[in-house]
Design a protein around this ligand. Sequence first.
Ligand code: NAD
Length: 275
Amino acid sequence: QLQSRKKLANGVEMPILGLGVYKMTDRDETLAAITKALQVGYRAVDTAALYYNEAEVGEAIRHSGVPREEIFVTTKVWNSDQGYDNTLRAFETSLKKLNMDYVDLYLTHWPVADKFVDTYRAIERLYDEKLIRVPGVSNHHQHHLEQLLASANIAPVVNQVEVHPYLSQQALRAFCAEQHIAVTAWSPLGRGGVLTDEAIQQIAEKYGKSSAQVVLRWHLQHDILIIPKSVKAQRIEENAQIFDFELTAQDMQTLDALNQNKRFGQDPDNFKFDF
Ligand code: NAD
């Protein structure tokens, strides 16, 4: 069950659990973390041009012994590379660094105001050319999606946004569900910031699970794809042990009630271009 997949709107099956690799900059640490994740059953890795570790992602996958086609690789076009032609070029660079001949999911990293529509047009082209298996976006609010949907030939299949119990994104998730857009949670653990919450800890104790496992399970039961990050072998393993228990409806409600629209990252309507 660790390798369960969600069938996306275009028929591609995406692993529910992936390893996030943001801020993994040390080469050996990155290789070790991805290798560990693949050993314990992860079948997806979430990187980005901005993370400067696409080469390590490709290398770890090639050396893992797991066939490339069993692994789901996501990468993203960075803000300074947006626009139609620039995106096509940035994609080529990512593909070279990964040393692969296709990417599973390619995303607009943030909706740069005057460029995200053209950026997505380039992603549609990459999809037509079968260089990517799934076209998607990240950090798109409903109004960004509506603008894309007005002109897109292929609706984005995935939207990757910040979601955790302090930012449950209920309205955006409902809109995405209506449009058959799958939601992936970035910072699914609130960068670790929700794990000391007393209500979460109490629930965790009841199930004999950790706070991280309870939070990841909450995502799963809401049909949200997850990409928790850790470089620690024990945590990488722990974050995958979420398929052997189920939160009750009441505990789900308790977790839902923790929402306070609190962001640990930036708001897509008001983000700084360079960070
Ligand atoms: P996260 O919510 O996954 O939290 C990671 C942190 O939580 C770790 O650094 C560690 O300190 C802690 N942690 C992890 N597992 C734990 C455990 N079992 N017990 C205790 N503490 C634990 O935060 P994140 O790294 O910001 O997000 C995950 C991934 O999402 C990133 O690596 C990246 O791939 C992606 N992401 C995407 C965007 C975007 O703009 N699209 C933005 C941020 C992150």
